[in-house]
Design a protein around this ligand. Structure first.
Ligand code: PGA
Length: 251
């Protein structure tokens, strides 16, 4: 059985007390939770330590939103995979389209970041997805295939077994226009087959592929009912406890 996952990407939102308030509210509701959906929060890095304190007490996993491709040393402003592990962080988003667009991240850099995460036993949540222009040109599969092969095909089968993929069409992120369940299913199926060709059946079947892009409590149920959609990477809708947990409960 593939792991069902709902991960919240807070992006650059919330001050310290707001972060604490949201974590408190999530933790309180986790006490009664009996389901099998893995919940991950990815707050800004300055709140990772706070979040991982909750992670010690509750079934809540903590992910970073970024990691350096370098291991250690004179890289001002950067945070290494070793530092994340040492704080109890278990996951890390990599390859998000906002980092590709605003911070010039390339597939080659992302490939190094993934290697670094895996060597410190952190689980990468690797984001891929096409722009609207690429979809309109019917190049979406080709674009995603390129992103997958450049960032992941240097991994061993065992390493790939540790990766989570998030399909996030750029045109759906923060726009209020989500991919339809059919569009999501079609791409998730494509991704799984593409991974299967390279890494084999077992890795592909166990791979959790999350959908991201304007996923909310209204549309999550239909999206999660698709056979190859194993959960969601949630931006805006992860910023309030009711909405975030309603998405988790959409399975
Ligand atoms: P959104 O963001 O849910 O606000 O569209 C998703 C993401 O960027 O991970």
């Amino acid at each position: 059985m593939r792991q069902k996952i709902v991960a919240g990407n807070w992006k650059m939102n919330k001050n310290f007390s707001e972060a604490e308030e949201l974590l408190d509210a999530i933790a309180e509701r986790l006490e009664q939770y009996k389901g099998d959906v893995q919940l991950i929060v990815c707050p800004p890095s300055v709140y990772l330590e706070l979040a991982s304190d909750y992670g010690e007490e509750y079934p809540l996993f903590v992910g970073a939103q970024n990691v350096s491709q370098f291991v250690k040393g004179a890289y001002t402003g950067e945070i290494s995979a070793a530092m994340l592990t040492s704080m109890g962080v278990t996951h890390c988003i990599v390859g998000h389209s906002e980092r590709r667009k605003y911070f010039g991240e390339t597939d080659a850099m992302i490939a190094e970041k993934i290697k670094s995460l895996l060597s410190f036993e952190l689980t990468p949540i690797y984001c891929c997805g096409e722009t609207l222009e690429e979809r309109n040109q019917n190049r979406h599969r080709e674009v995603v295939a390129g992103q997958l092969s450049e960032a992941l095909f240097h991994l061993t089968e065992e390493e790939m077994g540790e990766v989570i993929i998030a399909y996030e069409p750029v045109w759906a992120i923060g726009t209020g226009v989500n991919a339809t369940p059919q569009q999501a299913q079609e791409m998730h199926d494509f991704i799984r087959r593409f991974i299967l060709d390279k890494f084999g059946n077992e890795v592909a079947n166990n791979l959790s592929i999350l959908y991201g892009g304007s996923c909310n409590a209204q549309n999550a149920k239909e999206l999660f009912s698709m056979p190859d959609v194993d959960g969601g990477l949630i931006g805006g809708a992860s910023l309030t406890v009711e909405e975030f947990l309603a998405i988790r409960d959409s399975f």
